[in-house]
Design a protein around this ligand. Structure first.
Ligand SMILES: *[C@@H]1O[C@H](CO)[C@@H](O)[C@H](O)[C@H]1NC(C)=O
Length: 271
């Protein structure tokens, strides 16, 4: 018969393994036992690629704003990561509260909009807005560098303003187009030359979909960890880019069908 102390030890061991497994899986929902992150990753999405997937419209989807739809990279999230390529998630019981960021909402609508109609999973079994998802899953793990919801969103905006990848690509001649393809190496070099770090890039059907820039905790640029391209969002797991990628110009959802079926229609210039 096992003594009570060895039973206790077994129980503790099992609990420790469970916590470690949850942290390694990057999907932990344990309310705050994860170790501090190592660096930040700023994920930015290209609306021209995302909005091609729009099948129906709703007020929360910025793809549906017609000529006011975003025409530059927008923020996906600011993600705390570990150097081994994993990441913490859902690090506190703090729930998203839009009131805390009411002074930022106009800027967030513009630079950090949702590009779909669906709601996103939040940390405690619920569903919420894109911002709720990003704050609860990732933002809560940026402690102690960013201590609350307001500083999380404000800091992400400031970093995004400072490292304008849309401008870097435009200045290098990589303009949105529904016919051109651009060398991936050229896009990477343009960003390397501007910011002195290598971006990670994700594609979807040969089109550039996301750009990731990594930062030390003081927001100086650094290289991303190897393997960090295995991102929290499973849609990006098959994200490898071909040698030549497109940077699709925005096509409003109403026009999308005819635009993509008829190849000879005039192209829409967005920028
Ligand atoms: C980034 O640069 C583009 C092109 O110069 C400009 O239109 C845009 O306003 C800039 N974006 C931000 C967030 O500053």
């Amino acid at each position: 018969m096992a003594s009570s102390s060895s039973l206790l030890r077994l129980t503790l061991l099992a609990a420790a393994i469970a916590v470690a497994a949850a942290v390694v899986a990057g999907g932990a929902d344990d309310g705050g036992n994860q170790r501090e992150f190592d660096y930040f990753q700023l994920a930015m999405q290209w609306p021209g690629t995302y909005c091609r997937r729009t099948r129906h419209c709703c007020s929360s989807n910025a793809c549906c704003r017609g000529s006011n739809a975003p025409a530059e990279f927008t923020i996906h999230g600011l993600w705390p990561d570990y150097n081994d390529g994993t990441w913490p998630a859902c690090c506190s019981r703090s729930r998203f509260n839009e009131k805390e960021i009411s002074t930022l909402v106009d800027a967030l609508e513009k630079y950090w909009p949702s590009l779909s109609c669906g709601s996103s999973s939040t940390c405690h079994g619920g569903k919420g807005s894109f911002w709720a998802h990003e704050w609860e899953k990732h933002g809560t793990c940026s402690f102690p560098v960013l201590r609350d919801e307001y500083s999380y969103f404000l800091t992400a905006l400031n970093v995004y303003f400072k490292y304008n990848v849309t401008k870097v690509l435009n200045d290098a001649g990589y303009l949105p187009s529904n016919t051109e393809k651009y060398p991936l190496g050229g896009i990477v070099s343009a960003i390397q030359n501007a910011f002195h770090v290598t971006p990670e890039i994700a594609c979807s059907n040969g089109a550039l979909e996301e750009i990731y820039l990594c930062f030390y905790k003081d927001f100086k640029p650094r290289e991303c960890a190897v393997g960090s391209i295995l991102l929290p969002d499973t849609s990006l797991l098959k994200s490898s880019c071909p040698k030549y990628v497109s940077l699709p110009a925005y096509v409003s959802p109403g026009q999308a069908k005819t635009e993509w079926i008829a190849s000879s229609v005039p192209q829409i210039e967005v920028l």
